[in-house]
Design a protein around this ligand. Structure first.
Ligand SMILES: C[S@@+](CC[C@H](N)C(=O)[O-])C[C@H]1O[C@@H](n2cnc3c(N)ncnc32)[C@H](O)[C@@H]1O
Length: 383
């Protein structure tokens, strides 16, 4: 008697011969655990500074409403940083690209977003490796479906070489299991990991996240890191950083959408605050928080139908972001034993007055990759 053929072996053909919009996602962790984590985070202690109840990194993008709100925010012409960032990525990537040309890389995109940047990177990498795999990893299955449409349908990257993975990549165990699965898929062939769109800045401990991700880099792998940068570190500039996010209505819709989607809180935009501060003398930290300034206690229902009391002055942290100085980036990469192979810095030029803000695109190699890049690293961090 012949053995039955595993369904995954047949799936590709089955999907290809059907014009319905099927998409595939490999779910890496129990989604009920995620909802329990979000619920517990929203039950945090009282804080008037956004350090008690909170929505952490991936949860702000988790679910269909936050995904749509993110897509709208990225398309809002008033969300200048995003607009300028998307436009400049293409130019900057082209300057770094020679370091990964001819390497035969696969692409693992950590945090796919709308997929616009993946489209560019994929079409370039594929010229040198027709057999490459594209593995977008994201906490949000809706984001994965939307983000992979861009390169797969828009740029005709083959669906049969695409494997979207739903996973929270800030958890050590998850990233370790992902690395094992990747090795089974590609063996010793090199992987380009990307963490773009200032995603690193959304994590409360950016150093911990970078450390977690670095653990899985093999000597042949590279990490493409894109972060927002600043040349000034003072309260006035921190206020300007906070203000930047305040200017767009679509961003306010996005940043409140996870709370609207997962609780019964009625959110008025006047209660949403954008607070900037200088963090450790080497970065600007922006906290976006909801604060109960109504003068009355509010009750909020959580996803498990329990209630939480929000006393006057209490806050819920909705989003965390940063702008990095060169000193902070040097400290981060050195503590994670990452060596810059190439770095492209740019300053924003859309304002009339000189602007301290910009973007930094870094191609990083793990320490074990060899000594060759060290002199380059000295040049890069000397600027
Ligand atoms: C700021 S967007 C960046 C999107 C895209 N890389 C870009 O450059 O425009 C962050 C992305 O990372 C995902 N994300 C954030 N935290 C995550 C986590 N802990 N695990 C998995 N995905 C996460 C979000 O769902 C979102 O797609």
């Amino acid at each position: 008697m012949t053995e039955p053929v595993p369904v995954v072996q047949k799936l590709d053909q089955a999907m290809a011969s059907d014009d319905f919009a099927w998409s595939m996602v490999l779910v890496g962790e129990d989604q009920a655990d995620k909802l329990a984590t979000l619920t517990a985070d929203l039950r945090g202690p009282f804080s008037s500074t956004g350090d008690g109840k909170r929505i952490t990194s991936g949860f702000s993008y988790w679910g269909i409403a936050p995904t749509i709100a993110w897509a709208n925010a990225t398309n809002d012409p008033f969300y200048l940083v995003m607009k300028v960032g998307t436009e400049s990525f293409l130019r900057h990537w082209r300057k770094l690209r020679p370091h990964v040309d001819n390497g035969g890389f696969h692409l693992v995109s950590l945090g796919v977003g709308t997929g616009v940047k993946d489209r560019t990177v994929l079409s370039d990498l594929r010229k040198h490796n027709r057999d490459m795999y594209y593995i977008p990893v994201d906490m949000s299955s809706e984001m994965l479906r939307m983000g992979t449409l861009e390169p797969v349908r828009g740029a005709r990257f083959p669906m049969s070489q695409t494997l979207p993975v739903q996973l929270d990549f800030s958890i050590d165990d998850n990233i370790e299991k992902l690395a094992q699965m990747l090795t089974r898929l590609v063996g010793d062939e090199p992987i380009l990991f990307t963490l773009t769109g200032n995603t690193l800045a959304n994590f409360e401990s950016d150093e911990e996240l970078l450390g977690t991700l670095t653990q899985v880099l093999r000597p042949q792998d590279r990490l493409l890191l894109e972060v927002a940068s600043t040349t000034r570190l003072d309260q006035e500039t921190a206020d300007a950083a906070a203000d930047e996010y305040h200017q767009t209505r679509a961003f306010a819709e996005f940043v409140t959408s996870a709370l609207r989607y997962n609780t019964d809180l009625k959110i008025s935009n006047e209660l949403v605050k954008f607070v900037g501060e200088v963090e450790n003398d080497d970065a600007l930290l922006v906290k976006i928080l909801w604060q109960n300034d109504t003068g009355e206690e509010i009750r909020m229902e959580l996803p498990d139908h329990t209630e939480v009391v929000l006393p006057v002055g209490d806050t819920i942290r909705l989003y965390t972001t940063r702008k990095y100085s060169t000193a902070r980036l040097k400290r981060l990469t050195e503590s994670c034993k990452l060596t810059p192979v190439e770095a492209i810095q740019s300053q924003f030029r859309y304002t009339r007055r000189p602007n301290p803000f910009g973007l930094e695109l870094l191609l990083l190699a793990p320490e074990a990759a060899g000594e060759r890049e060290h002199s380059l690293a000295d040049d890069i961090w000397a600027t």
